[in-house]
Each structure stands twice: as structure tokens, then as C-alpha cells.
Write a protein that binds this ligand. Structure first.
Ligand code: ZN
Length: 106
């Protein structure tokens, strides 16, 4: 008998990541298309697994706009391998690292 209680939902989780690894493999999605975080190429179709400009493989996806569970389910269907990250969290950490590097330089 098939179980009917397998209701799938999307939940946000906390997980440790290597910042440099994300910086190299991130596509940032705006309204319609994506931007390669590594080389800043714009207008990338999110279903493309790689950047058409620098060839980087996309493993992580972040969003410039507010997204909800439904959006994530839709993107997940189009890009099943992708790990979805909270772009604000990522940006905060990138800024923190850049500030640290600037301090070390002096
Ligand atoms: Zn690129």
C-alpha cells in the first residue's frame, strides 16, 4: 500500500560552507536570468550548468530578490543538482572577509 503522508516541503537549514568554493561556483539569479559571480557575465539561462563566458560550473544558486518555497521547488526542478543558498548570508561573509584582507594589508 502506498503511503500518502510523504508531504514534501522546503525548509531553510544552517550549514557550514567553504566561502571560496561558493565564490567560484555561484550563479546569482535576478528577475529572469542569472549572473556568474566569478566573472560577472550577465544574462545566463539558469538551466545552463556552466558559465558561457568563463566555463565555471554552477553548483550554488543565490537570489537577488525575495524567494519562497514555491520558487525554490521550481528552480530545483530545472536545476536538480543545485544547492540553494541565502544570498544575503553569503554577501555578509564576503564583505567580512574582504574587510579582514584590507586590514591585513596595512
Ligand atoms: Zn563566468
Amino acid at each position: 500500500m502506498e503511503k500518502k503522508d510523504k508531504k514534501k516541503v522546503t525548509l531553510r537549514v544552517w550549514k557550514e560552507f567553504d566561502l571560496g568554493e561558493i565564490e567560484k561556483h555561484l550563479i546569482v539569479v535576478g528577475e529572469l536570468s542569472g549572473e556568474c559571480f566569478f566573472c560577472r557575465q550577465l544574462g545566463i539561462d539558469v538551466r545552463q550548468g556552466r558559465c558561457p563566458n568563463c566555463g565555471t560550473e554552477f553548483k550554488y544558486m543565490g537570489f537577488r530578490r525575495k524567494v519562497n518555497g514555491k520558487d525554490i521547488v521550481r528552480f530545483k526542478r530545472e536545476c536538480p543538482q543545485m544547492i540553494f543558498i541565502e544570498f544575503e548570508d553569503f554577501k555578509k561573509n564576503v564583505s567580512r572577509e574582504r574587510a579582514k584582507k584590507l586590514l591585513l594589508r596595512d
